[in-house]
Write a protein that binds this ligand. Sequence first.
Ligand SMILES: [Mg+2]
Length: 237
Amino acid sequence: MSLTRPEAIIFDVYDTLFANSPERWQEAFSDIAKEQNLPYNGAELWKRWKVFEVNFRATRTNMEDPENNPRFKSYEQAWGECFQMVFDEDKIDGDAALAAKRSVEHMANRDPFPETVEAISKLGESFRLAIFSNADDAFVRPLIKEHGLRFESVFSSESARIYKPHPEAFKRILGKLALPPESCWYVGDHLWDDVYGASQAGMQTVWINRDGREFDGRIRPVQEIKSLLELVTLSAE
Ligand SMILES: [Mg+2]
């Protein structure tokens, strides 16, 4: 199976268009610990918090029974609950809501990959471009705007009230574009949220695998790439 020329290309954001490393998270958590005088360094607080956050990610979407999805929570809300669980366990009087607010602010501040701006600008000359990001509006929208990236539609999980890989997430953006799934490429770094989700929705999938990870997903992407500029070449074929 190979890609066929799309009507639209839909992108994930974090680790697809913008780098989002654990080191950046730890910086944010170091600032949070300092601001509130908490007894952790950034790496320690992030590690403690991440246990709860991973559980949130694992349980927020019911792919076995998508009709019975848990009630939607934004990242800010879920992250605040994760901070509260750390503070409760460690009997610390921290401000979980403030820590969550700072995390959201930090996520609005990430660097695009070196080729992101050029690739999006070139693809925009020939294709309709859109975004579906598992993100709160408060961080994903300023990020896209700051770097002058032009997309016809930007959907966040917060605005759609649903997280990828739930099929409804993909239906929402396809509905907005008024396109059948097979005429769209979905480009993302995450094998479960992006490749599995978009393929279940019937889209053509592109896995951006910048650091040469082993494939360990359920469904093979139609195409694997290392740089967004490969999309320019592939879409011209
Ligand atoms: Mg991603």
